[in-house]
Design a protein around this ligand. Structure first.
Ligand code: AMP
Ligand code: MN
Ligand code: MN
Ligand code: MN
Length: 319
């Protein structure tokens, strides 16, 4: 049975907000079927990409923080899912098989989460393989630039920190910290890895429409990740939401990490305005911590509540 069917059983009930049907999994019976029992964190990272905790340790932490519905959304990989699935089974947490795809809206990098994807789908496999190559090539170019600056051994160091996981800029950042070149990862981005800095290597990630199509081909739900993190003006954000919905995107992360309530309200209004303009129902809403590591209290695993009146993304899971 495909992973997604094994670990996420969801029923569609006409006229009722759908929710994971936990009754088939005996360990989950205690959670009850009540909507209030769902404590969802649908965005987090493990050592399969740039997180610090192994998938199993991540699941334990989520469990201890009351999470009942968890999506592991590693960057461009599903490599952590089998371990997460086994841990979720042991701990009585419902797992949503997921991924956070690196993508592009025009020239701007954007991230698209695929929830409830079939990890074995050929389209998904292809999307992952392409990004694996892009990441490998980028890592080599980043390292060349850092090494020219005198940071010898950057590639070896970053690769060692990535281990079996996919390599990303945070591994370079952590290596720079480990070597004592910078105090913390934030400064590594600010000085070397961030936009416009010496090791800022542009990547031609697949376009948004292609990414959404790939997620849909894998039977998943495409979710626009952290819409407020792209430093867009209101007009640009509105245009991104419109393009995303028109490409077949079905949900946005209304809440991601620590967020100011005024921004959340504005994002919701923007989403509703776009729906009115396109004469269709508003996108569904997802939420997540974007947890990468302990000691970052603003991005701790756990759940926050969606505001009244929005359609939760879990209504779309298990189709
Ligand atoms: P990559 O996926 O390799 O392009 O790297 C992007 C990741 O780097 C994000 O998912 C964050 O985990 C991390 N990141 C981005 N900007 C910063 C920053 N300013 N400080 C620390 N980490 C960052
Ligand atoms: Mn990350
Ligand atoms: Mn992201
Ligand atoms: Mn993320």
């Amino acid at each position: 049975m495909p992973l997604r069917q094994q670990h996420l059983r969801v029923v569609q009930k006409p006229g009722v907000t759908t929710r994971p049907n936990l009754s088939e999994n005996p360990e989950l019976k205690a959670l009850s079927a009540a909507e209030e029992a769902i404590c969802a964190d649908l965005h987090c990272h493990s050592t399969a990409s740039d997180g610090i905790l192994s998938p199993a340790a991540l699941v334990s932490r989520a469990k201890s923080r009351g999470v009942t519905l968890l999506a592991l959304t590693d960057h461009d990989t599903v490599g952590g899912l089998p371990e997460a699935a086994a841990a979720c089974r042991r701990q009585g947490v419902a797992l949503v098989p997921a991924i956070e795809f690196s993508s592009r809206w025009g020239k701007r990098p954007v991230h698209i989460v695929g929830l409830d994807i079939d990890p074995n789908s050929p389209a998904l496999r292809e999307g992952i393989a392409l990004r694996e190559r892009l990441r490998r090539e980028r890592a080599e170019r980043i390292a060349t630039r850092l090494e020219k600056r005198g940071f010898e051994g950057a590639l070896k160091g970053a690769r060692a920190l990535a281990g079996d996981g996919v390599i990303g800029r945070p591994h370079f950042a952590r290596w720079l910290v480990q070597q004592g070149y910078v105090e913390d990862s934030g400064r590594a981005f600010k000085r070397y890895l961030g936009a416009g800095k010496v090791a800022d290597v542009k990547v031609e990630w697949p376009q948004l429409s292609e990414t959404v199509a790939c997620i849909r081909a894998a039977n998943g739900v495409a979710v626009l990740a952290h819409p407020l993190k792209y430093n867009l003006s209101r007009t640009q954000l509105r245009s991104l939401l419109r393009d995303f919905a028109m490409a077949g995107g079905e949900a946005i992360e209304l809440l991601c990490g620590r967020q100011n309530p005024v921004q959340t309200r504005e994002l919701r209004q923007l989403m509703e305005a776009v729906a009115a303009e396109l004469a269709r129902p508003p996108l569904h809403c997802s939420l997540g911590s974007d947890f990468h590591q302990p000691e970052q209290p603003w991005r701790e695993l756990g759940c926050v509540r969606l505001p009244e009146g929005v359609q939760p993304v879990w209504a779309l899971l298990g189709r």
